[in-house]
Structures are given as structure tokens and as C-alpha cells.
Design a protein around this ligand. Sequence first.
Ligand SMILES: [Fe+2]
Ligand SMILES: [Fe+2]
Length: 138
Amino acid sequence: MRAAAFAELQAVVAFGWAAEFFQDSPKELREAWRTLVAEEKQHYEAIMKRMQELGIDPAGRPVSARIWESLKSCETAEKFARYMANSEERGRQAGIRFVSEISGADPTTAGIFAKIVEDELDHMALVARFYPTGSQGK
Ligand SMILES: [Fe+2]
Ligand SMILES: [Fe+2]
């Protein structure tokens, strides 16, 4: 759960950064990223709240320099969008596994993660919406 919370926090930072940084990207895409910031923040807060309820120490991990290197290596908004969608898909798969592992023992936590997993599908759909042509400029 700690890792998942951290991933959500990174997503908050990453989408917020991109919305300011990629001034050449479609305005609607930057607006969509700002909406994602709010949703990722909700994900982060939902996980943190649940960890508190369960008495799990969040033991904050420092935001690593690596995330910044990865973000800055995205030269275009499209590359950034694809990079994020890939990491959201990895997070989503981990979330799906987690939900099936704990749904019997802890349905409340499972419910929180099931909602997050569902939201991530919408987030990933941004790539298809704004860059439907596929591999171009990848
Ligand atoms: Fe999220
Ligand atoms: Fe997301």
C-alpha cells in the first residue's frame, strides 16, 4: 500500500508538472491533466487514510531524482502521455492483483483499490483520445 500511495503522489506531481511544462500541447490535454491531478490526489488521500485506519506507518519515501529524470527525458507531450499511461497500466495490474488477494480478508481496502483501478482506465484513455495515430513520434 505504501508503494501504491507513493505512485499516486508521483502521478500528482507528474501531471501537475506536465500541465505547466508542455505549453505546446493541446489546451484540452493540459486541462485533462489538471483534472487528473485532482483525481490522483484523491487516490493518494484514500490510500493514506486507509493506511492510517489500519495503523500502517506511511514512512514517507522521498520523491526520487529518478522520477524527474524520467519526466524530463520526455521531449514531447505525446511521449510524456505514453510514459504515464505505461506506468498507470503497471500500477493498474498491481492493483488488480492486490484487490483479488485481499478482497476476502479486507473488503474495505479492496473497494478503495477497485475504484482506483477503474479510474486509471479513464486516465490511460487520454492517450488514445489525443494521440489516436499510434506510434508516430514515439
Ligand atoms: Fe491514480
Ligand atoms: Fe492515474
